[in-house]
Design a protein around this ligand. Structure first.
Ligand SMILES: Nc1ncnc2c1ncn2[C@@H]1O[C@H](COP(=O)(O)OP(=O)(O)OP(=O)(O)O)[C@@H](O)[C@H]1O
Ligand SMILES: [Mg+2]
Ligand SMILES: [Zn+2]
Length: 402
């Protein structure tokens, strides 16, 4: 914007250039503000009662006062920048002055009521009939097969399809998900009794590790404690309207799987395995467990399928962990359940997968053309693009864009 009045004056030889852009109206500024979402709640600041005051000076300077939900809002710079950009784009605005305040307790309670209704129920929105969110639990029989890596990459691939995606890291032992998203020690903001998921690469992330007092604290939660933590992550977290929720489960068939089976019987289960026959046998057990909990297994992903030979290239596949495990699990589970369990594909080994986990930038984003990234993107598509006819998935799906 930045119109220089002196420059305009010296230009004043033609009548046209003397015409001053009309002063912006409050309505125009409000309309612009309505396009700015709170970075955490992902709804317009105007709707959330976050715009306290707008004033427009004669010289086109617009002052906007924004109320933060909480004083320590970690995303206040983003918010300031977004307001500045949106209002600055209104014709006639010469400059935007954004000032920040903080909501009063009363305003915050109003916001909470607006978002969650007045009840204090701890219902899990995804378990309700009519929920349009498709829930996928990523499970495996044993540890270290790449569940978390697969979950994180599927999530960003789905965001790339235009979907709104949440990830719950339900791994009580590991919680590697925050690091894989580059979230580190960022903690969720709390508004009243609502917990805001942490945003990374457009994915709304919540980890059981974020509920701990300290990062290095060891959680030995079991049974009811664990169940409570899971319900908290599903019911008390403000997820907004999600198209997809991915749950990264701990390995095996323990308490988390049981709790989730009871809480989210409508979740679809994706089994991750390696090609190794022994691993495949264990993976089958995870699938059987899901089925016992009345959850539907919607597919099998084989991770670490092969390594491209560093000498010959991709035409020479080195089968580090053997071959055939993924297909075997899919057909064994299909036979057992009496419905087709599709083999969703094999993801090759790629040191970049690990590097992406360490850097917090998943491979699907850092090198989307890499064969492992392509394989993961294909799996994401077959999960979200698969139409109806699969029990365990909700109807009314909106695969791409909205
Ligand atoms: N396709 C792959 N290529 C190379 N390395 C991979 C691949 N998939 C996963 N890894 C690496 O293997 C290790 C285990 O992966 P990950 O943590 O995703 O597995 P997990 O099943 O979630 O493990 P856990 O059971 O401990 O939760 C990580 O170091 C990860 O970076
Ligand atoms: Mg894991
Ligand atoms: Zn070779």
């Amino acid at each position: 914007m930045g119109r220089d009045p002196w420059h305009d004056a010296s230009d004043a030889l033609s009548i046209d250039s003397m015409q001053v852009t009309p002063r912006p109206t409050i309505e125009q500024v409000q309309t612009a503000l309505a396009t700015v979402n709170d970075p955490e709640i992902k709804r317009p600041v105007t709707e959330l009662g976050m715009v306290k005051d707008v004033s427009i000076e004669a010289d086109g300077v617009v002052a906007v006062e924004i109320l933060l939900t909480v004083a320590s809002c970690p995303l206040q710079d983003t918010l300031t920048r977004d307001v500045d950009a949106a209002v600055g784009a209104v014709s006639g605005v010469s400059r935007v002055e954004v000032s920040l305040g903080v909501m009063t307790d009363e305003q915050r309670q109003g916001l909470r009521r607006h978002l969650k209704g007045s009840g204090t129920s701890r219902d899990i929105p995804f378990a309700k009939a009519g929920s349009l969110t498709r829930v996928f639990a990523i499970a495996s029989g044993k540890g270290g097969v790449g569940k978390s890596s697969v979950t994180v990459n599927l999530a960003v691939a789905m965001v790339g399809q235009g979907l709104s995606v949440g990830v719950v890291d339900a791994d009580v032992y590991g919680h590697s998900v925050p690091d894989m998203f580059g979230i580190g020690d960022r903690r969720p903001t709390q508004i009243e009794d609502m917990i805001m998921p942490v945003d990374s690469h457009g994915v709304r992330v919540m980890s059981i590790g974020m509920l701990k007092a300290r990062r290095d604290q060891v959680v030995a939660w079991r049974g009811p404690m664990l169940d409570r933590a899971l319900v908290q992550m599903l019911a008390d977290v403000y997820w907004g309207d999600l198209d997809v929720l991915l749950l990264d489960l701990p390995p095996g068939t323990g308490d988390v799987a049981i709790s989730l089976g009871q809480r989210l019987a409508n979740a679809a289960v994706v089994v991750v395995t390696t090609p190794q026959q022994a691993a495949a046998g264990v993976a089958e057990r995870a699938g059987t467990m899901a089925s016992m909990m009345k959850q539907r297994v919607v597919g099998v992903v084989e991770n670490m399928s092969f390594l491209s030979c560093p000498h010959c290239g991709p035409q020479h596949r080195i089968e580090v962990f053997g071959a055939g495990g993924g297909k075997r699990v899919a057909s064994a589970l299909g036979e057992r359940f009496g419905y087709e369990v599709p083999f969703l594909g094999g993801v090759p080994m790629d040191p970049q997968v690990r590097a992406g986990g360490d850097s917090g930038i998943p491979l699907v984003l850092s090198d989307p053309a890499a064969p492992a990234a392509q394989a993961l993107t294909t799996v994401a598509r077959s999960l979200t693009g698969r139409g109806r006819g699969l029990a365990g998935l909700q109807l009314g799906l909106t695969p791409v864009g909205r």
